[in-house]
Design a protein around this ligand. Structure first.
Ligand code: SAM
Length: 225
């Protein structure tokens, strides 16, 4: 069995009982960064062996993990934070397991996009999760252009180093929509700020953005707005 196990996005207490039990009982944990995951494993007294599984070795490592699964071993996949496969490595291994008749079992839990959406107060009946926007402004603006007529709530992950530039592009291309910046969710400095994109741009210009961010916006075209 291949287990896809969600881990916390900041607060170590956001680990499910089943996630702890699964990580304790599998033969191997494939982790994006084994040193990072060790902090979580130590916290819960989990002594299972880990191996690295990250973007650059995903294809080669998937074959190795597949051979273990074929030998009847149980393997769990975790990422640095949240749900594997969501802007994180994972889907290559899941697809390979499926193609080889290995059962895949999900142990769900934290995901920054869903946590932010549920606390955003934006229409949540339908949404688009876009992951990270392009780093270069021209490509980012082009991508934002495609959302001009979008009625569903949009969710992006963004680095604190690019927030200001991205907000500038959003103000410009999407005509100052209502935006939510969900920062450091579940952590000490958690902050959820909502308002016209222009206002949030002013706020973060005065208070330089720090930590991890989810940006959510609604163009106001939703019938549920
Ligand atoms: N797999 C993860 C998930 O399920 O949410 C996402 C991994 S992605 C590489 C990391 C990005 O998720 C960060 O750059 C940030 O945009 C967002 N993120 C992760 N943890 C967060 C948190 N505690 N608060 C706000 N955003 C977070």
């Amino acid at each position: 069995m291949l287990y896809i196990v969600s881990t916390p996005i900041g607060n170590l207490k956001d680990m499910t009982f089943r996630a702890v039990e699964t990580l304790k009982t599998v033969s191997l944990i494939a982790a994006e960064d084994t040193r990072h995951t060790k902090i979580l494993l130590d916290h819960y007294g989990i002594t299972t062996t880990t191996t690295s599984y990250y973007d650059q070795n995903e294809r080669v490592k998937s074959q190795h993990i597949l051979s273990l699964l074929k030998d009847g071993k149980d393997v769990a996949l975790v990422s640095d934070a949240g749900t594997p496969g969501i802007s994180d490595p994972g889907f290559v291994l899941v697809r390979l397991a499926q193609e080889n008749g290995i059962p895949v079992c999900v142990v769900p839990g934290a995901c920054a996009a869903v946590a932010a959406l549920s606390a955003s107060g934006l229409p949540s009946h339908a949404f688009i999760f876009e992951g990270f926007l392009p780093v270069k402004s021209a490509a980012r603006r082009k991508k934002l252009e495609t959302f001009k007529e979008e009625s569903r709530t949009l969710i992006f992950y963004e680095s604190p180093y690019r927030i200001l530039k991205t907000l500038e592009d959003i103000v410009d291309v999407l005509e100052n929509p209502t935006i939510v910046c969900a920062r450091e969710i579940t952590k000490k400095f958690e902050e959820i700020k909502k308002g016209p994109a222009q206002d949030l741009l002013k706020h973060f210009t005065a208070h330089p953005p720090k930590g991890e961010f989810v940006l959510l916006l609604s163009t106001g075209r939703s019938s549920n707005a």
